[in-house]
Design a protein around this ligand. Structure first.
Ligand SMILES: CC(C)(COP(=O)(O)OP(=O)(O)OC[C@H]1O[C@@H](n2cnc3c(N)ncnc32)[C@H](O)[C@@H]1OP(=O)(O)O)[C@@H](O)C(=O)NCCC(=O)NCCS
Length: 157
């Protein structure tokens, strides 16, 4: 049995979630942005291990589709199957009505692209210079996004 649980994000989780986000993202979301996600009714889940929030996932349902806005696992817990479990469960919780999920991810983010492909997403295209990026790594301070999509069930059924 896994040690962790996956549940809906609460307002009281936001400081922990934002702390994880600051560790993993060059241009992190603020606590206010997480708060706005909760208030907007987005599907916000957290993974909890031994009472500690160690990951989060934010999905924005739009009619019968959804956008994966953000997800992360605390670096101390990465590489142990947690991201895969969190994403699969978060998508499951969207219900059968959701037939397509879209996302954008930094083109350099091999771990995330590989995770998304493992879950079943396919690459659809590139948005040039979509993200703010570290000028030490990207001379123009911008980085491309890879667009990906997941089709669930049979959309023609
Ligand atoms: C992307 C992220 C969520 C993956 O979480 P994780 O718990 O480490 O991933 P898992 O251990 O569940 O691995 C699942 C799959 O992801 C891929 N993956 C994970 N880490 C990887 C790495 N360092 N290199 C390449 N692929 C990797 C693999 O396909 C892996 O499957 P495998 O173990 O069968 O090879 C995590 O690295 C993270 O939080 N990164 C920072 C935030 C981020 O990039 N978020 C996504 C963009 S918003």
């Amino acid at each position: 049995m896994p040690k962790y649980t996956i549940r809906s994000m609460l307002q009281s989780d936001i400081p922990s979630v934002a702390a994880i986000e600051r560790q993993v993202e060059f241009h992190p979301w603020s606590e206010r942005q997480f708060q706005e996600s909760l208030e907007a009714g987005q599907r916000c889940t957290v993974m909890v291990d031994d009472g500690v929030v160690i990951g989060f996932c934010i999905l924005q349902p739009v009619l019968d589709e959804a956008n994966l806005l953000l997800m992360a696992i605390d670096p101390k817990y990465q590489g142990q199957g947690r991201g895969f479990a969190l994403l699969e469960e978060s998508i499951e919780q969207l219900g059968e009505r959701c037939v397509m999920i879209f996302l954008e991810v930094r083109a350099s983010n091999r771990p995330a692209i590989s995770l998304y492909e493992k879950v079943g997403f396919h690459q659809m295209g590139i948005r040039k210079n979509y993200y703010l990026a570290d000028r030490a790594l990207f001379a123009n301070g911008k980085e491309d996004a890879v667009l990906m999509a997941l089709t669930r069930g049979n959309p023609f059924a």
